[in-house]
Unconditional design. Structure first.
Length: 294
């Protein structure tokens, strides 16, 4: 599956900028294409919907249960708790609402919605993975909808729609905006978290940057790209927030991919540099949350 036209600006997508390896699962190589018109990047030769499933099966990765991996996981889980609180504060502040109706697209195992539920929000979640939906149901008592049911809500159903690191996985990123536009209430808020190819860590690791994550990430939005795509579909930018801890996780994974010695320590050091730089320059942050309103 490769689009021939840029979904952001409509220019022809001709050039391969560099070739990226799928370090996470397959070891296969995929070209990253660059739009000459707006600098938007997309993964070339990406598998279609029928074949993408196997690139999400990371049994080999999961079975690496050495202490290094354990430490990375422990840090990840500790940070996740902190980030859940940060997301809640971000949503109440920028939506201007203490509670309301929220739709989370790509809800994963449901931790975020469970937390929002506990804060009094009326929650709806859509998740493509049956395994993740089962986990949410059995472990958190949270019922998530499969993807096929995710786009049939009545107009103006939600005060807030969230996509936490999801849009970059969805085929045809332009096609979802009409649904966002319709299903969000007037004055509602859309939160889209994306990895940032303009970040310090992306520049440092170049083609080893873990957040290229080909072919699972189909689209690589620079800040200007996502803002332009939103504006094309009737939204305006309300604000941008940092997800600063992603820099540490992404940097440690990137060090692992390039087989460096002491990947955790090195990754922490680069993550720290990226974090400090993002304090001075928000658009250099490893991951950003773009907040849009209509
Ligand atoms: Zn373009």
């Amino acid at each position: 599956m490769t689009e021939s036209v840029c979904p952001v600006c409509g220019e022809s997508l001709a050039g391969i900028e560099f070739v990226c390896t799928d370090f996470y699962v397959s070891g296969e190589k995929f070209p990253v294409l660059l739009c000459p018109g707006c600098g938007f990047r997309m993964t070339g030769s990406a598998p279609d919907a029928e074949n993408i499933g196997r690139y999400y099966q990371s049994e080999e990765y999961v079975s690496h249960s050495n202490t290094r991996q354990g430490l990375v996981n422990q840090l990840y889980h500790a940070v996740r708790q902190y980030m859940l609180g940060r997301k809640y504060r971000m949503i109440s502040r920028h939506s201007g609402l203490p509670t309301g109706a929220i739709l989370d697209i790509g809800a994963g195992t449901g931790y975020f919605l469970k937390m929002m539920n506990g804060k009094g929000w009326d929650t709806t979640g859509v998740e493509v993975s049956e395994q993740a939906r089962e986990f949410a149901e059995t472990q958190l008592g949270l019922s998530l909808l499969p993807e096929e049911q995710g786009w049939v809500f009545p107009d103006a159903s939600f005060d807030v729609i969230t996509l936490w690191h999801v849009l970059e996985h969805l085929p045809g990123p332009g096609t979802y905006w009409e649904a966002f536009n319709r299903q969000i209430k007037p004055g509602g808020t859309l939160f889209i978290a994306l990895p940032n190819p303009a970040s310090y860590d992306a520049g440092y690791y170049r083609d080893y940057w873990a957040a290229w994550d080909v072919p699972r990430h189909l689209w690589h939005f620079m800040p200007g790209n996502i803002i332009r795509m939103a504006e094309n579909h009737g939204f305006y930018l309300h604000g941008i927030c940092r997800l600063p801890f992603d820099a540490f996780y992404v940097s440690m994974l990137s060090e692992k991919y390039r087989k460096s010695t002491f990947p955790v320590m090195r990754g922490m050091a680069v993550g720290m540099a990226s974090w400090l730089i993002s304090l001075l320059s928000k658009k250099k942050c490893s991951s950003l949350v773009y907040i849009f309103k209509i």
